[in-house]
Ligand binder design. Structure first.
Ligand code: ACO
Length: 371
């Protein structure tokens, strides 16, 4: 038996949800460029879960279901207040709260299609409220109730700040959600599928996926990008900073990808959004700095920016706290995780690969007093 480090190039399942072929990303056959320009996040959620775009009444129904299910059980809000709030990363809070959500859903262990769909709605709706409510509770603020007249992206921004967001903010945030919704068999999606392939429940699958997304080699990179930009501080420091990091053999967050070679198709949308939003805020330095970091890095390494690089300055321009960047990734990606969980259930087989054993040969047990 031979192993492939990091399972590179291994095809682990069939899927009809999203594909990456020749550096083109599609959701159910629709090019991400097309969806980013034209679709709302709710349409994408419907597309991923039903494998087709919704008609008007179907979209309206989904929006209604999401807004009807956004409010959190009081137990979860109370639970936030028991966390060591100044030490807890919001991704850890999210991971714990999603797990807890399963305790307060009577359908948790019901594996029927109807129950799984209801859980899907519950998770997609409540994840936005968990992230925003936690963000407020840790600042000593009361959570803001969702508004039935606002769409998903607008509700998220409203529940976060308590103020009705501007149209341009909603548009940008909605597009960011569309761009992050699914991505073939990425690490967190694979984690979700491995978990539920044991016929474990959807809350377990999503909790496991959040744990995988949290790491800086995956979704955690967007927060690290903002940390890097803050450290660089001003545009003229970009080149020297990158040079020093590369000389020390350090990775630069937001660059490189296991699958893309020419470039991540999502990055150009986020680059343009970063340009527009930083200009609107009079904070062009974050965009200019990002451009110089990209030029300095790619001059030395042929690794283009990934989805996380420009999303950092986009979220920063929306006034979002830096440690909420990765939870926001989860708010979008849960739609993809759920689609994959449902696909796994529909045609399940336990996922159980082998390991190439490289440890010592057969040994004889030695009693403890003779070692
Ligand atoms: N900065 C510097 N060097 C890099 C980077 C980077 N961002 N990415 C890859 N490399 C180098 C590695 O050091 C390695 O060089 P070597 O062969 O001389 O040792 C080579 O490129 C291959 O890198 P691996 O880490 O083996 O590539 P892999 O396919 O396993 O990893 C990954 C892909 C994790 C995305 C990697 O490019 C990386 O760590 N990037 C930074 C973190 C990041 O942005 N993650 C988000 C990815 S997108 C997402 O998950 C949402």
């Amino acid at each position: 038996m031979t192993s492939t480090r990091g399972l590179e190039g291994v095809v682990a399942t069939e899927s009809s949800i999203s594909s990456i072929i020749d550096d083109t990303l599609t959701y159910v056959g629709y090019d991400i460029d097309d969806l980013a320009e034209n679709a709302s996040f709710e349409e994408v959620v419907y597309l991923l879960w039903h494998k087709r775009l919704p008609k008007e009444d179907e979209l309206a129904e989904l929006k209604q279901q999401l807004s009807d299910n956004m409010a959190l059980p009081q137990e979860i809000l109370n639970h936030f207040k028991t966390y060591p709030i100044d030490k807890v990363h919001p991704m850890s809070a999210l991971r714990s709260a999603v797990s807890l959500l399963g305790l307060y859903d009577d359908l948790s262990e019901d594996m029927s299609d109807e129950a799984n769909y209801q859980k899907a709605i519950n998770l997609q709706a409540k994840i936005a409220t968990i992230v925003t409510a936690f963000s407020r509770v840790r600042k000593g603020l009361e959570p803001v109730e969702p508004r039935a007249d606002l769409g998903y992206a607008a509700n998220f921004l409203y529940m976060l700040s308590g103020k009705e967001p501007e149209d341009i903010e909603v548009e940008a945030f909605d597009k960011a959600l569309v761009l992050h919704a699914d991505h073939e068999l990425n690490a967190s999606t694979f984690t979700a599928r491995v978990c539920v392939a044991t016929l474990s429940d959807m809350y377990s699958g999503v909790t496991a996926a959040i744990g995988a997304l949290k790491g800086p080699l995956h979704g955690g990179a967007n927060e690290q990008v903002m940390k890097m930009l803050s450290e660089i501080g001003s545009e003229e420091n970009a080149e020297a900073y990158i040079e020093e990091k590369l000389a020390n053999k350090e990775k630069i967050m937001g660059f490189g990808h296991r699958v893309y070679r020419k470039g991540d198709p999502r990055a150009k949308h986020l680059r343009e959004m970063s340009r527009q939003l930083t200009k609107l805020r009079g904070e062009e330095k974050w965009y200019n700095m990002s451009i110089r970091v990209e030029a300095a890095f790619t001059a030395q390494k042929p690794l283009p920016p990934n989805v996380d690089f420009y999303s950092a300055s986009v979220y920063h321009s929306l006034g979002i706290d830096h440690d909420l960047f990765t939870p926001i990734f989860a708010v979008s990606r849960v739609s993809g995780w759920i689609a994959h969980i449902l696909e796994q259930y529909a045609n399940n087989r336990l996922i159980r690969p082998r390991a190439d054993y490289v440890g010592p040969g057969m040994q004889k047990y030695v009693p403890i007093n003779e070692r």
